[in-house]
Design a protein around this ligand. Structure first.
Ligand SMILES: Cc1ncc(COP(=O)(O)O)c(C=O)c1O
Length: 358
């Protein structure tokens, strides 16, 4: 039985989506209109924050959020090296300096200890990445006393100690890229915050550094969530908790079916309700296993074999001798296995059986 890496589908929502898209097309408001405004309110309520602001994508969201919390050119920002490239790229793209910290190879998230090792007198902020749907240990990170931007691109709907990812830092960023837990039909992103000043700065930066479209007080961006994408997100947001529960149930099935006898299973951060954007295990035989699964039609792939501090574009930000042993270990051993709200128990058993014989 073939098992896709992404067990998701929007088939059930397609009639509602096409109806809403047609309504927006007919309505003639395409930029920063009623759909974006309504989605921003609905997302803020869902996450339990004062403000949610739609932007063009999760990468712009990071650049804008970092600037809105006060990061300026030349400031150091601590971020993990084991994450999608955009996390560090956004820091460098605003003229700031990414300083790479290690991750706990079990949770694949940064910790207070790994961040502390990267802090210098020039550190202005840190980016806490909620990788693969886990939630970074925000309480201990906040105790470091620096502004924290959550990169929640992979963790929409996740919780830590009852509060949602996106409500745990000074600001948070989301991506609605089509493979994400809350997808749209193209690019989309958002920034959340409880701070009115940060929210005002975000709204200004997403529209060319202007509050009134006449006076330009900042060099900003043209980065807005489209009305069409906001309409899609309004249809899909009510599905998110159900989808995330199904992902968690599939993860539990992997555990029950004995996958842990063959690979190291994902580990939740203490108190986190992981939403398994990707289901990422660890194995010293990860590449061999991926090839064996591939032969049986089962999707499996590594995401970040080369961590960011070893990427060519980041050479200037990776000092000689930088040692990130947790990052190197997890970069070498991680492997994403099939996951998604539609993954069935039979498919899980097929993957486990393939891992047992692979
Ligand atoms: C951790 C992380 N940060 C940032 C991004 C950037 O989001 P986008 O692709 O919407 O720009 C992504 C997703 O691609 C991501 O996974």
């Amino acid at each position: 039985m073939a098992v896709p890496l992404f067990a998701t589908s929007l088939d059930r929502q397609l009639p509602a989506l096409t109806e809403r898209l047609a309504a927006v097309a007919r309505g003639g408001r395409y930029i920063l209109g009623p759909e974006v405004e309504a989605f921003e309110r609905e997302l803020a309520d869902f996450l339990g924050v004062r403000h949610a602001i739609g932007v063009g994508n999760g990468t712009d969201a990071l650049m804008i959020a970092l600037r809105a919390v006060g990061v300026e050119a030349g400031d150091e920002v601590v971020c993990p090296s084991f994450t999608f490239y955009a996390t560090a790229e956004a820091v460098a793209a605003i003229g700031a300096v990414p300083v790479f910290c290690d991750v706990d190879p079990q949770t694949m998230c940064m910790t207070a200890a790994t961040v502390r090792a990267a802090i210098t007198p020039r550190t202005k902020a840190l980016v806490a990445v909620h990788l693969f749907g886990n939630v970074a240990p925000m309480a201990e990170l906040r105790e470091l006393g620096l502004p924290v931007v959550e990169d929640a691109a992979q963790a929409t709907g996740a919780r830590l100690g009852g509060a949602r990812a996106g409500a745990l830092g000074d600001a948070a960023t989301f991506s609605f890229f089509p493979s994400k837990n809350l997808p749209c039909l193209g690019d989309g992103g958002a920034i959340t915050t409880d701070d009115d000043d940060v929210a005002a700065a975000v709204r200004r930066l997403r529209f060319h550094g202007s509050d009134d479209k006449k006076t330009f007080v900042d060099v900003g961006y043209n980065s807005r969530l489209d009305e069409l994408q906001a309409a899609v997100l309004r249809v899909l947001l009510p599905e998110l908790d159900g989808w995330n529960s199904a992902r968690r149930a599939a993860a539990d099935t992997y555990t029950r079916e004995g996958l842990g006898e063959h690979v190291d299973l994902p580990v939740d951060v203490d108190g986190a309700e992981h939403v398994h954007h990707l289901y990422v295990v660890r194995s010293e035989r990860a590449d061999e296993l991926a090839a064996a699964l591939g032969e049986r039609g089962i999707g499996a792939r590594a995401y970040y074999r080369t961590p960011i501090h070893r990427q060519p574009a980041m050479a200037g930000f990776a000092p000689e001798g930088l040692s990130l042993p947790g990052t190197d270990e997890v970069a070498r051993t991680h492997l994403a296995l099939p996951m998604g709200p539609e993954l069935t128990a039979d498919q899980v058993r097929e993957v486990v059986a393939a891992c047992a014989s692979g």
